[in-house]
Design a protein around this ligand. Structure first.
Ligand code: ADP
Ligand code: NA
Length: 348
């Protein structure tokens, strides 16, 4: 298996980013590692399982952006990923911009992708809205870069959320058309990647408003647990989190219509791996005066080690540069044969 996945670099990372996105990568990395160990124990297979995780900094320029912020977000995201458990010795962790083959392959694939295919992308339609003429060409061809991102490495599996399924379909269509048009049947250049639907990701809501997503864009810092918060800040935020006056119900159905309670219980479940029923079995009938300190403790237990490592790494620019440079060197090496084959197939 070769899993390839990208994430847009963002700063001000929070609990929602960790539970909703980063933690899935850590799980995948660990599963790959387990697979490798099992294969080795069985006498070994030649095919290693690999994860390539990249920061999609090339994608970030498809919309108006601040260059200085992009550079620092890329480093911050790298620090967060490593702090959360992505091991740069086990996974290949890099940023796109340091691997020119992504942009090169995109250009080669632009010859295969059809305008009609891109015009049908719902994300393009949503993001461009009524102002298509004013959008960057990059926003339109973004899915072709995504195709290049995974096809370059012969990805066998790509984790996709609901909103990315259509783009992976497009990557497969591009790969198939390229193979059909330019390759002999027994020597296709590209592997058609399969989607992996990651286990249902926790959607974490704001601590101040149960109907809004926890987000870096929320002006209130009390609305989120940042990956840079210390234990006191975490406890304070949980204590001040918005709730209703009722005690916790003893069954999940009792959380209906109580978004704040549902969110806090959801966070507790996501952190401990317990089911809602388990948690309500334990805390049902109790007020938030009991539940909040318990939640705070679990949060501190999980988030504090990450926070400490994150702060340390964020301050060590050299270490981050080294991690990304090493990852990029490995990615370049892995991608180069495919890029060479694509050039050759096209008569270039
Ligand atoms: P933000 O909303 O803070 O701007 P981003 O849009 O940069 O976050 O999201 C980065 C990643 O983190 C995405 O994969 C997104 O799905 C995930 N994510 C962001 N906020 C949450 C949340 N509140 N709950 C779960 N996942 C989230
Ligand atoms: Na956002």
């Amino acid at each position: 298996m070769r899993v390839v996945s990208g994430i847009q670099p963002t700063g001000n990372l929070h609990l929602g980013n960790y539970l909703g996105a980063i933690r899935n990568w850590v799980r995948m990395q660990d599963e790959m590692e387990e697979g490798n160990r099992a294969q080795a124990a069985e006498g070994g297979s030649a095919d290693r399982n690999d994860c390539l995780f990249f920061l999609a900094d090339l994608h970030a320029i498809s919309q108006p952006h601040n260059p200085a912020e992009l550079a620092s977000a890329t480093l911050e995201m790298t620090a967060a990923l490593v702090a959360c458990g992505i091991d740069p010795n086990r996974s290949i962790l890099f940023n796109q911009a340091q691997v020119p083959a992504h942009a090169e392959l995109q250009w080669l694939l632009n010859g295969t992708a059809r305008m009609g295919w891109l015009n049908r992308m719902t994300q393009w339609k949503d993001k461009a809205g009524k102002n298509r003429e004013g959008q960057s060409v990059a926003l339109f061809t973004y899915p072709v870069l995504q195709a290049a991102d995974v096809l370059l490495y012969q990805a066998t599996h790509v984790p996709v959320g609901e909103d990315q399924k259509q783009h992976l379909e497009l990557a497969r269509d591009i790969a198939q058309k390229f193979n059909n048009d330019f390759c002999s049947e027994d020597a296709p250049v590209f592997t058609l990647p399969e989607p992996i639907v990651p286990p249902e990701a926790a959607r974490i809501m704001s601590l101040r408003d149960g109907s809004a997503k926890m987000s870096k864009s929320d002006p209130s810092d009390m609305s989120r647990i940042n990956l840079s918060d210390d234990a006191d800040e975490i406890m304070k935020k949980v204590k001040k989190a918005k709730t209703d006056p009722e005690p916790l119900p003893s069954e999940a159905a009792g959380l209906e219509g109580r978004p704040e309670a549902l969110n806090l219980v959801g966070i507790y479940c996501a952190l401990t791996g317990k089911t809602t029923d388990d948690v309500l079995g334990e805390f049902g009938g109790q007020g938030f005066g009991v539940f909040k300190p318990a939640l705070g403790e679990v949060l501190v237990e999980t988030v504090s080690p990450i926070t400490a490592r994150f702060r340390e790494l964020k301050a060590d620019r050299e270490a981050l540069d080294t991690i990304l440079a090493r990852g990029a060197a490995r990615a370049r090496e892995l991608g180069l044969p495919t890029l060479g084959k694509a050039y050759k197939a096209l008569g270039l």
